[in-house]
Design a protein around this ligand. Sequence first.
Ligand code: NAI
Length: 340
Amino acid sequence: MWQQNYEGVFFLQDRASGFKAIIAIDNTRLGPALGGCRMWQYDSDEAAVTDALRLAKGMTYKSAISGLTYGGGKAVILSHPGQGAREQLFRTLGRYIDKLQGHYITGMDLGTTVADMDRIRETTSYVTDVSGSLGAVNDLTATMTAYGVFLGIRASMKRVFGMESTLGRTIAVQGLGKVGYRLCRYLREDGAYLVVTDIDPERVKQAATDFGATPCKPEAILSVPCDVFAPCALGGILNDAALKRLDCRIVAGAANNQLAEARHGEKLRELGILYAPDYVINAGGIIVTGSELGGGDAAEAKRNVEKIYGTLTNVYETAAATGTSTSAAADRMTEDILRK
Ligand code: NAI
């Protein structure tokens, strides 16, 4: 999947203000590159570049397999300034995005907020998730991401157990942020039994109160005996060490780039664990953005998100028919769409 074939990678720097960012445009064959702006403290500039490239490519695949007429891109900001400087920093990023004349459209991601998108909006129109937008009102983006993951879990249950309900099933959720917490709500309403973790103990306590969830230490979540493990924190979680510890039938969650390397998709298949490819199951947010850019409303966005169930089922059927891992099947289906 990760052939090094990008349309453009831009390194942006303004020494005076301390601004340092990367914009990666992976592919615009289907339309302008869509992908949020992440602000994160990276160990090195190289780590930031790698993250931007992987995330941009993931966005290409996510849009294509979701049937959107958009490509993939990502912006990554490396600095962590104070509030005044922060506002200036996002205006500066907006100016750079504007120079790309619509080839890249940004939005919210890890570490950025609606207020940040409003600052970007002051210097370019190529931004979503601003105040009052479809995705921003009541954080519809996160809600629909969680809803899509929930439907994807049901599609996975159907595949493995022959019944899509999660009633009485055990789901281990890693990460109780915007998406993970909402996912817990959907699952609890469906009758699932939850085991949850977060590095923020307050969120775990809250989930125990709200959903009767069983708390778990962050380092122990991978080995919890469960039907579904739902990674909803950071990427790269499915690595050699983690795969030795998993005690589940299904991995299906919101985190981007869950597989540390492509070969871990095959390893999961060998272990008899059904893996829901991340960019298929977590596409709810980008589908909302696509609906918004096309002038659609929340009801249309929700209808489009509901297609995730069918798309994932297609991936599972293709993988079974071709004897490949679900991640390889999803990649191939996406690459076919991009070629056409
Ligand atoms: P968030 O930042 O609101 O929540 C992440 C949560 O994970 C936080 O509560 C954090 O404390 C927790 N966490 C971090 N490291 C952890 C660890 N080692 N163990 C346990 N918990 C840990 O982020 P959000 O928006 O909920 O996104 C979650 C994941 O889903 C991310 O990987 C994101 O890229 C992905 N995603 C989010 C979308 C969205 O609409 N927000 C759309 C598609 C993917």
